[in-house]
Design a protein around this ligand. Structure first.
Ligand code: PLP
Length: 393
């Protein structure tokens, strides 16, 4: 009998991880030991899902919606997504191109699987959501980072990205508002990109707009979807996780170009069949119901943003720009003289404050730490006091 263990394909040695989940687990373990942990690590709203949304799922179960749904999602939900996009972006899209999926991540997976292979290049933001690079490497494609610079407000620089395009570039990933920086790409940068992409018809765009409704100071969210000539190659990713405090429901969507939709649909049929039916009814209630829950949540995030940025800027060795979107502050911690990962680890182990080190979002995240301000103002203030004591003590 052979004692050799089964050998997996090489792709599984290249797949990465999302350290936010490891920090969440460690914070939970410390809490279980009786430690007082303040979690500024994980990126999920601390608000409950609005009751009318949760009730819609309960009603769906009572109404007998317990079977498979069509793989791309129930028709009224796909239509509601199209209506919502029209309301927000003033763009007409075909509900037939909307693929409802279990969470925002799934569309990242599908898009990168569709374009990534050895020899292909895929551009992605660094620092950026770690799943982009992980999935690019999984497919064997070459990851090409687009730097997001602090001095640029962590906004995307279209000229820099355009200059990095080669004949092998297959996909550019955009994310605005951005995780982990809170940076927002100004409309002019998208216009420049759109203009430049006319010269590169072989390049598709994945626009991760999961924080689209989370901008501050009346800043308008801009989407490449509004550029008519890009419509046959933009994949618009969004979902319910952040906007409606539904991270655990696992519900997202992408609007696919007509020519790509059926490929994505077949991936759904092969991998997950459909999103569970009650969750889809909850998503429908979210889009068709009152939107004040979103405005109220954003007003609270805005207050916390002001508090956390002001507090961070009083800490020795730390400077923080005001983020323009999402619910993350991404302060520069180089003045502490500590590498970001070591500092973030000490913040959790010594002070009980969970954060995510910048390098967990790519090499260009060195010197930064991500603080999620999806926590109460009182907890944010307590956290800042503790960090202040630690850094001065
Ligand atoms: N895209 C970005 C930029 C994110 O920050 C996240 C979650 O943190 C996702 C996608 C994934 O969202 P979901 O939890 O719905 O899979």
């Amino acid at each position: 009998m052979s004692t050799a263990a089964p050998t997996t394909v090489a792709a599984f040695d290249r797949i990465g991880d999302e350290n936010a989940f490891a920090v969440l687990a460690r914070a939970g373990a410390l809490e279980a030991q009786g430690r007082d942990i303040i979690n500024l690590g994980i990126g999920q709203p601390d608000f409950p899902t609005p009751p009318h949304i949760a009730e819609a799922a309960i009603k769906a179960i009572r109404d007998g919606h317990h079977g498979y749904t069509p793989a791309p999602g129930i028709a009224p939900l796909r239509e509601a997504v199209a209506t919502d996009i029209h309301r927000r972006l003033d763009v007409e899209i075909d509900p037939g191109c909307v693929l409802i999926v279990p969470g925002g991540k799934v569309s990242i997976f599908a898009a990168i699987m569709m374009f990534g292979e050895p020899g292909a290049e895929i551009m992605y933001p660094d620092p950026g959501f770690p799943i982009y690079r992980s999935m690019i490497c999984f497919t064997g494609a070459t990851p090409v980072p687009i730097p997001m610079r602090e001095e640029n407000g962590f906004a995307f620089d279209a000229d820099e990205a355009l200059a990095a395009i080669t004949p092998r570039t297959r996909l550019i990933i955009l994310n605005s508002p951005a995780n982990p920086t809170g940076g927002v790409t100004p409309k002019e940068q998208l216009d420049t990109l759109a203009l430049g992409l006319a010269e590169h018809p072989h390049v598709a765009v994945l626009s991760d707009e999961i924080y689209a409704q989370m901008t501050y100071d009346d800043l308008e969210h801009a989407s490449p979807m509004t550029h008519e000539h890009l419509r046959d190659r933009v994949i618009l990713l969004d979902g319910w996780s952040k906007t409606y405090a539904m991270t655990g429901w696992r519900l997202g969507y992408a609007v696919w170009p007509q020519a790509l939709f059926d490929k994505a649909r077949k991936l759904a049929v092969n991998a997950w069949s459909c999103v569970n039916a009650p969750t889809q009814y909850a998503g429908l209630a979210a889009l068709e119901g009152p939107q004040d829950c979103v405005a109220e949540m954003m007003a609270a995030f805005d207050r916390r943003r002001n508090v956390i940025v002001e507090c961070l800027n009083t800490l020795p060795g730390i400077t923080c720009r005001k983020p323009s979107g999402a619910f993350y502050a991404f302060p520069n911690v180089t003045g502490t003289g500590r590498p970001a990962k070591a500092l973030a680890s000490d913040l959790l182990e010594v002070t009980g404050i969970a954060t995510i080190a910048g390098p967990d979002f790519g090499p260009l995240g060195e010197g930064f730490i991500r603080f999620s301000y999806a926590n109460s103002q009182a907890n944010i203030e307590r956290a800042m006091d503790r960090i202040g004591d630690y850094l001065t003590g």
